[in-house]
Design a protein around this ligand. Sequence first.
Ligand code: C2E
Ligand code: CA
Ligand code: CA
Ligand code: CA
Length: 278
Amino acid sequence: AKSRAGAACVFFESAMRTDSRARLESEQAIGRAIALHEFVLEFQPKFQAHSRVLCGFEALVRWERPGMGRISPADFVPAAERTGQIKALGGLILDLAMRQLTEWQLSHGRLVPVAVNVSPLQFEDAAFAAGLLGELKSRKLPAEALEIEITETAAIAHLDQVLPQLQHLRTAGVLSALDDFGTGQSSLTLLRNLPISTMKLDRSMIEPLPEHQAAAVVKVAAALGQALQLNIVAEGVETEAQAQSAEALGCTQLQGYLLGKPLSADAAGALLSASTGT
Ligand code: C2E
Ligand code: CA
Ligand code: CA
Ligand code: CA
């Protein structure tokens, strides 16, 4: 029995070693990718629920890893958050988003807001908001052109750092959205206290629509958002039935594969042109 336990233990340790080596390798690979700027953004359109007019984009990061194709953020953002590398990566992502805004401003004259997902770790830098506002100013971009998306769970866990900086951004005109609403906790108090303009109802709330009980939940969430004068975005809309139900229940904007998948910068620019007639 003793030798068996010993063997299990050796196996366990070697599994741990492999795991920590894999972690180190992934940290080094992400570090190289940041240094070599191997990240690109795709842009998923958002539409007014009623008119279906384009009203913004959400920037979604992808890692163009040489020889491995486009890697999804789900496969490297959590690792980058564990190591703190998300701070550098997040800065790179904001830079890419602002570059794209500048390009569209020059070629289209008109902009729709681009929302960027920001990790709570980025708010640990107390000068994050001020730095971002400085960047917008030096690039001559209107504050309204950029939006910040922050998840509910993240906002709760880092409220002391997040709150004053969101307030600072809001005062200057940069709007914020509470992302993945319905997947976290204590949403009611948080919603009232956070300086946000938008709540995004998570795909898990939208997916079962128009089923009766799911509709009741979305209706209550949307009524809450409405009472607080927020935009209410339904995320992950894949069917026309979901779209119609979400709109009827009070969602003001729709995002999802039904109306538009994440697009390359060029395809998003073409959509912008078509929607503005330029
Ligand atoms: P998220 O912020 O909730 O973004 C929405 C995700 O849902 C995106 O996945 C999008 O492609 C996907 N999606 C949109 N519409 C539909 C639909 O109709 N059906 C389905 N099944 N999925 C849909 P993606 O691009 O893989 O991003 C996953 C997550 O990674 C994001 O979730 C966000 O939390 C994170 N992420 C993405 N880009 C960034 C970034 O630049 N910075 C940070 N910190 N996180 C990011
Ligand atoms: Ca998001
Ligand atoms: Ca979301
Ligand atoms: Ca989500």
